[in-house]
Design a protein around this ligand. Structure first.
Ligand SMILES: Nc1ncnc2c1ncn2[C@@H]1O[C@H](COP(=O)(O)OP(=O)(O)O)[C@@H](O)[C@H]1O
Ligand SMILES: [Mg+2]
Length: 256
C-alpha cells in the first residue's frame, strides 16, 4: 500500500501563483483524476512531484518520505514515473529500445553492450528485453511495431509506448499528463481500460486529462484545479454536479 500525499503545495513563478495550497492524496490501486481549465496548474503539479519544479511551500511525500527537494533521478528511483503532455520518446530508437532505456535509466546499469560477454550482464539484458516485450504487449502495441522507430509508429501507439516506458521503472506511482490527447473515441476507450488495469496492479495513478468521458470512466476520485487552487474533490459524480466546477468550466469557455 502506497500513498502519494500533497500537503499545502504552492508554486509561484515570479509573481504568478501556479499552485496555491493544494492538498490531496493518491493511494495505490486508485486512479485520481486531476482536471481544470488550461493554465490551472495541472502539469506544474506533475513537475513538482517529479522534481522538475521545486515547490515554494508545502510538501510532497510518498509513504511519508519526502519527494520535493530531491533530484529527479532520486524521485524516479523512489518509484515515481510519468508521461508527458507532449510525447517525449527517443524518436530514432525502436519501441523496444525506448522501453529498455526507461528501465536502465533508474537501474544505472553499466553499458550492457560492452560487458555482454559477462554472464551476469547477459542475463540482465535478456531479462530487460523480456520485460520490455511483456510491457509492449501489456499496453497493447501490436507486435509488428516493436522494432519500428518511435517516430514512425502510429500516434496512438506512441502514447501507449510512453506508458510502457514509464512502467519499465516498475513504479509505485504513475503520473499521466493527458494520455488520451489527440486520440479518437475508440483509442480513448482502450486507454481507459489500460489505466484501470495499471491501478488494478496496485499502482497509484494520477490522471491529468481533458477528456471527460475518460475521467469519469476511469477515476475513483477527481480533484479540480482552477487558477492553481483546488476548488473541489470527490467522486466523478459529486464533482460533475459541483456548482464551483460548473462555474469554472463555463467561465473558461466564455473567456477562451
Ligand atoms: N516553468 C514555468 N515558468 C513560468 N511559468 C510557468 C512555468 N510552468 C508553468 N507556468 C505557468 O503556470 C501556470 C500553470 O501552468 P500549467 O501547470 O502548465 O497548467 P495546465 O497544465 O493546467 O494547463 C500557467 O500560468 C503557466 O503559464
Ligand atoms: Mg498541462
Amino acid at each position: 500500500m502506497s500513498t502519494l500525499e500533497y500537503r499545502s503545495v504552492g508554486v509561484s513563478f515570479g509573481g504568478v501563483h501556479a499552485l496555491d495550497s493544494v492538498t490531496f492524496q493518491v493511494e495505490s490501486g486508485h486512479v485520481v483524476g486531476l482536471i481544470g481549465p488550461n493554465g490551472a496548474g495541472k502539469t506544474t503539479l506533475i513537475n513538482v512531484t517529479t522534481g522538475v519544479v521545486a515547490p515554494t511551500t508545502g510538501s510532497v511525500t510518498l509513504d511519508g518520505e519526502r519527494l520535493a527537494g530531491r533530484r529527479q533521478h532520486q524521485i524516479a528511483r523512489a518509484g515515481v514515473a510519468r508521461t508527458y503532455q507532449n510525447i517525449r520518446l527517443f524518436p530514432r530508437m525502436t519501441a523496444m529500445q525506448n522501453v529498455i532505456v526507461g528501465a536502465t535509466r533508474i537501474r544505472h546499469d553499466p553499458d550492457l553492450g560492452a560487458f555482454i560477454f559477462l554472464p551476469a550482464v547477459r542475463r540482465a539484458r535478456l531479462e530487460l528485453e523480456e520485460h520490455a516485450r511483456y510491457l509492449l504487449h501489456r499496453v497493447g502495441i501490436p507486435r509488428d511495431q516493436w522494432e519500428s522507430n518511435a517516430n514512425v509508429m502510429p500516434y496512438g501507439s506512441q502514447r501507449r509506448l510512453e506508458i510502457a516506458r514509464a512502467l519499465a521503472m516498475r513504479p509505485r506511482v504513475l503520473l499521466l499528463d493527458e494520455p488520451a490527447a489527440g486520440m479518437n473515441p475508440q483509442e480513448t476507450a482502450g486507454m481507459q481500460a489500460l489505466i484501470r488495469s495499471i491501478a488494478g496492479e496496485g499502482v497509484a495513478v494520477l490522471l491529468v486529462e481533458h477528456d471527460m468521458p475518460l475521467v469519469m470512466g476511469s477515476c475513483d476520485r477527481v480533484a479540480v484545479l482552477n487558477f492553481g487552487e483546488l476548488i473541489a474533490q470527490g467522486t466523478p459524480g459529486e464533482v460533475s454536479r459541483d456548482p464551483a466546477v460548473v462555474e469554472a468550466y463555463l467561465g473558461s469557455e466564455v473567456s477562451s
